[in-house]
Design a protein. Structure first.
Length: 50
């Protein structure tokens, strides 16, 4: 019996690479600190302190 070679699909790797690129671009531009700052302000206003 001959074994068939399985072809690797390329699309999942391309999509994963694209999202990894976007993730790194966001981290480099300082987005996590901005999101944390906004969440801090929202939480303080929700409990009536800010």
């Amino acid at each position: 019996m001959k074994k068939k070679k399985q072809r690797m699909r390329k699309a999942p790797f391309i999509v994963l690479g694209f999202f990894l690129f976007l993730f790194l671009a966001g981290v480099i531009s300082g987005e996590p600190s901005r999101v944390l700052e906004q969440s801090w302000q929202i939480c303080l206003s929700c409990i009536g302190i800010g």
